[in-house]
Design a binder for this molecule. Structure first.
Ligand SMILES: [Mg+2]
Length: 336
């Protein structure tokens, strides 16, 4: 399988998951079964399949990376590009898909001219931090190192979400995508992610993150980021424990969390993927039929299976119907 089909698969798979999960996002697990008997919707609804802020903000991150690469590939310049494309997203008339409040408030502050260090919500670890990180993980296809992918993943999160777990969860999500692109096998993935998280525990990327760690009762960037990695490691352990316990047809959120916060969105998406890596339709439905943040969980699960199994693993009728298809295909071309 070519790298190109994995890249396109990840981008379109994420958007399909996002659109498929949009109608179930604010419904409980029981409500979803009641509305779509007997076991939830079998396919995404609509022509086109309407996506949410997850896909729109992923496109904003992707656009900032394209604008910066390679001539302006420095932390400050990439942060400025992200600030610009996030403000564009804020003012986009299509930004009417129940966007997260943390992202909205931070982007409004950016628009008023504040530096991201002042605009970011330092207490927030909402999944806005990592539901848009896919374009950073895909940089593995351009030969960008895992260290730099981690730095950029944390930076794009930090602009709106300044909690250490938001940063670590954004990095582990991007690294998961990078590992799948690099053909790490699903049965080896969890252990490699745990090793990566352990290796990063005391590494604070000062050149990218500046003083975002500073707050009362925190004494260094290293102490700050360690807290985030500990929460990510605990989440990875939850996924490991859930894999043999999961009952088919039950709500994955019961095992690994509702996904409103970044590490849970990642963990529940990873669980949905690892339960049946070779069955994209089953992965997406499992992620959509969840009591928590269904569109973000399915967006990440779709990114994982697309990066692993490529575009051909997704139902072609769904690919044909997805909103923003042309923009996503144009972004895929950037990684070639
Ligand atoms: Mg959303």
């Amino acid at each position: 399988m070519t790298l190109k089909t994995r890249i396109a698969g990840a981008l379109l798979g994420a958007a399909i998951g996002d659109g498929y999960g949009f109608p179930t996002e604010f419904k409980s697990f029981r409500d979803i079964l009641y509305h779509w008997p007997p076991d939830g919707p079998d396919a995404p609804i609509g022509e086109p399949i309407i996506v949410t802020d997850d896909t729109q903000m992923s496109l904003a991150v992707g656009k900032a990376l394209m604008q910066s690469y390679p001539a302006a590939w420095q932390p400050e310049q990439i942060a400025a590009a992200l600030t610009g494309t996030f403000i564009e997203w804020l003012n986009d008339p299509q930004n009417d898909r129940a966007p997260g409040m943390t992202c909205l408030l931070a982007c409004e502050e950016l628009e008023r001219g504040s530096h991201w260090l002042h605009a970011t919500a330092r207490h927030s670890k909402g999944c806005g931090a990592n539901m848009r990180v896919l374009p950073v993980g895909l940089l593995a296809a351009k030969g960008i190192s895992r260290t730099e992918i981690g730095q950029l993943a944390q930076l794009q999160a930090a602009i709106t979400h300044g909690h250490p777990t938001a940063l670590a969860a954004a990095e582990i999500t991007a690294i998961c995508i990078a590992m799948l692109l690099e053909e790490v096998a699903p049965d080896a993935l969890l252990e490699q992610l745990i090793q990566h998280a352990k290796s990063q525990k005391s590494i604070y990327h000062e050149a990218y993150l500046k003083s975002v760690w500073e707050r009362p009762a925190v004494f260094s960037g290293e102490d700050f980021i360690q807290y985030g990695w500990e929460e990510v490691l605990a989440q990875l352990e939850r996924v490991k424990e859930a894999l043999p316990l999961y009952e088919p047809g039950s709500d994955p959120c019961v095992f690994t969390g509702m996904g409103w916060v970044a590490e849970e969105a990642f963990g529940t998406a990873l669980l949905c993927f690892l339960l049946s890596p070779d069955d994209a339709v089953a992965i997406l439905k499992r992620a959509v039929v969840t009591g928590g943040d269904s569109d973000s969980i399915a967006c990440l699960a779709g990114a994982f299976v697309g990066a692993y199994a490529g575009l051909a693993a997704l139902p072609q009728d769904w690919v044909a119907r997805i909103e923003y298809r042309e923009a996503l295909e144009a972004l895929a071309d950037f990684y070639d």
